[in-house]
Design a protein around this ligand. Structure first.
Ligand code: PHE
Length: 441
């Protein structure tokens, strides 16, 4: 059933049948390049963020191929060999050493090596096996940014002073941001031995101001769009906060969160680049920062788009709403849902194959939830809105394990009739048997 080779963006890759795990719908998404499709909300969001990091200081890379090596995606960034992100349950593999990138950071090393500028931005499609709901889709888009200073090129070799001067050039945004964190912390968020305290502190401030300014702008655009629609908004000021974080390729590291609809929402991860990355890229005299953000998440806030599947829609009722916005982002309007079609929830329960032992190190006793999610999506497509594990138990006598999932079917484009939903669900049930060797209950 698995193909011996696949074609991605015009290139043919031989598969390894033990590793290959890319379903057809994901393979097809590699050709969409939504971040480059004019007037698509992913493209518009990219353009708005790019406008905050303009050339020549930042060079923009939007064409990197999604097929990368395990070295690019993991090893070059310092991910340990046993990192869970490397598992077949989390990542799409072509063969044991070739995969669909799980983040734009996969291109950090080569971009540091090739980039003739002080900084760069990379936008690209990224791929992750994950759960299914209205904010998760196996393909999404990220934007990566970095800014570096070269010890041999700044006056007197004083990077801290050069960065401090560059901070002064960032326009102030007038919003108070909650940041209770020290510039670095010996245990939680260490300074790298090759950096002085003044360097790390200045780079951290430059990073935070640059990103805050971009986020303030995005949220003021959301607000302006709402006002153009005549919405009455609660007069809530924008709230942002910095929290300490961990990434293998930055230290110290942080995440920026925005208060939205009653919750703190993570919008990006960032930090001071691990010096080993610059060293390995042949530019050991450089130092600086990097960040990565999810474009969908920002686009969903910006345009008030309620379901991540909409980005993949070819329905004119979706696409036409953004016409002309790539050229005039100030005309941005919020998305107006074309009526909400009724959901069809359906349950499926099954016994796991007896061969799958609960002691296999797999949290779900032989079958990973992501495997179930993917079989469902492959069999029924984007009509699947949500899949949730609702029950799990072992038979008290036989020890056989059972799982039950609730699948919500809902088309974004039409009403599903009851026979159509039943047919989809039957297809899903048969696909579970065929692919996972389960016994339906
Ligand atoms: N690649 C990280 C992620 O996907 C984000 C990140 C990028 C963090 C660059 C720090 C620096 O979560």
């Amino acid at each position: 059933r698995k193909p011996y080779s696949v074609e991605i963006r015009g290139q043919t890759y031989k598969t390894n049948l033990e590793w290959f795990n890319v379903p057809r719908n994901v393979l097809e998404a590699t050709s969409r390049r939504l971040h480059l499709q004019r007037d698509h909300p992913i493209c518009i969001t990219r353009q708005i963020i790019e406008s905050h990091f303009p050339p020549p200081t930042y060079r923009h890379y939007n064409e990197y191929n999604p097929v990368v090596s395990t070295v690019q995606n993991f090893d070059s960034l310092g991910f340990p060999p046993n990192h869970p992100g490397r598992a077949l349950t989390d990542t799409y593999y072509i063969d044991d050493k070739t995969l669909l990138r799980t983040h734009t950071s996969a291109h950090q090393a080569e971009t540091f090596r090739a980039n003739g500028s002080d900084g760069y931005l990379i936008s690209a499609d990224v791929y992750r096996r994950d759960e299914i709901d209205r904010s998760h889709y196996p393909v999404f888009h990220q934007m990566e940014g970095a800014r570096s200073w070269d010890r041999t090129k700044v006056p007197g070799g004083d990077v801290a002073a050069a960065v401090t001067r560059d901070i002064e050039a960032i326009p102030s945004h007038g919003i108070t941001v909650e940041d209770p964190n020290p510039p670095f912390h010996a245990e939680r968020n260490p300074l790298q031995p090759c950096h002085s305290a003044a360097e790390a502190e200045a780079i951290g401030i430059h990073l935070k101001r640059s990103l805050e300014k971009m986020v303030v702008d995005v949220f003021s655009r959301t607000k302006a769009a709402a006002l153009r629609d005549g919405a009455t908004l609660p007069d809530e000021p924008l709230r942002m906060r910095w929290v300490e974080a961990y990434f293998p390729f930055t230290s110290p590291s942080w995440e920026l969160e925005v208060y939205y609809a009653g919750d703190w929402l993570e919008v990006l991860g960032c930090g001071v680049v691990q010096q080993s990355l610059y060293n390995n890229a042949g530019v050991p005299s450089q130092l600086g920062w990097a960040f990565g953000l999810g474009i969908e998440r920002i686009a969903m806030l910006l345009f008030k788009i309620p379901d991540i599947r909409l980005f993949w829609s070819r329905d004119e009722r979706f696409l036409s709403q953004f016409a002309g916005v790539s050229d005039s982002p100030d005309a941005l309007r919020r998305f107006v849902p074309f009526s909400k079609y009724p959901p069809c929830p359906k349950d499926v329960s099954f016994w796991l194959p007896t061969s799958s032992s609960p002691a296999g190190g797999n949290p779900k006793g032989g079958i990973h939830v992501n495997d179930v999610m993917e079989v469902v999506r492959s069999a029924a497509g984007d009509v699947v809105e949500d899949v949730r594990l609702v029950d799990e138990f072992a038979h008290p006598k036989t020890g056989r394990r059972s799982m039950s999932f609730r699948i919500v079917y809902r088309s974004l484009e039409r009403t599903l009739t009851s026979p159509q939903a039943n047919k989809l669900h039957e297809r899903v049930r048969q696909a579970l048997v065929a692919n996972l060797d389960v016994e339906l209950r």
